[in-house]
Design a protein around this ligand. Structure first.
Ligand SMILES: Cc1cc2nc3c(=O)[nH]c(=O)nc-3n(C[C@H](O)[C@H](O)[C@H](O)COP(=O)(O)O)c2cc1C
Length: 203
């Protein structure tokens, strides 16, 4: 059973969640987990201005995803930072190249799940995940979220990401905050949950 974790990250927050998602998925027996990043679309100059060049070196070793790789996975977890309450353009552009997969129905019946990051606490994590789900539904995927059996999303003693829609983190206005232990636990839970359901779907 193959689980693919596909993400875009500019400063490393979504990448950190992606690692925890993969870690969770790997705990399910018989699961092969691969990580991929979607192609960068911004020119080097823009990335320099945005202060992203050094941060992106930390995950430069992760192979860039080819659109056909989505078809060979049994479950796909997508990670994208919030951009004005939606998925980032890099992920949008990547998915817009999936038209052949839509035509052939290659993703129909596969498990799909989403996680995200935003600068601010109410900056659009839920809208990013829910609007991402629309694309997954068009592709025929079976959407999986983060159930409340992950009790960490009930916490009010600390600021935390994570909702029934999926794991998330709050990066801070300057990207100064990295995922907390609770947010990483949510991501691990989601990875394991998706892999568990996907292994049932593939039987
Ligand atoms: C063009 C642009 C739009 C953004 N829009 C939002 C937004 O709507 N809400 C928010 O809280 N953060 C917003 N952010 C901040 C990003 O979500 C934040 O940098 C990201 O979550 C960090 O994750 P990463 O390090 O994995 O890229 C925006 C950033 C950029 C560059």
């Amino acid at each position: 059973m193959k689980v693919l974790v596909v993400f875009y990250s500019m400063y490393g927050h979504v990448y950190r969640l992606a690692e925890a998602i993969a870690e969770g998925a790997r705990t399910v027996a018989g699961t092969q987990v691969d990580m991929r990043r979607v192609p960068e679309t911004l020119p080097e100059e823009a990335l320099k201005k945005m202060g992203a060049v050094d941060a992106q070196k930390a995950f430069a070793h992760i192979p860039v995803c080819k659109i056909e790789e989505l078809a060979s996975a049994d479950a796909i977890l997508f990670g994208a930072p919030t951009r004005f309450g939606n998925m980032c353009g890099q992920m949008r552009q990547f998915l817009d190249a999936a038209i052949q997969l839509w035509v052939s129905g290659a993703l129909v019946g596969k498990a799909g799940s989403v996680f995200t990051s935003s600068a601010t606490q109410h900056g659009g994590q839920e809208s990013t995940i829910l609007s991402f789900h629309i694309t997954l539904l068009h592709l025929g995927m079976v959407i999986i979220g983060l159930p409340y059996t992950f009790q960490g999303q009930m916490r009010i003693d600390e600021i935390t990401g994570g909702s029934p829609y999926g794991a998330s983190t709050i990066a801070g206005g300057q990207g100064e905050r990295m995922p907390s232990e609770n947010e990483l636990a949510a991501a691990r839970f989601q990875g394991k949950h998706v892999a568990t359901i996907a292994s049932k779907l593939t039987k």
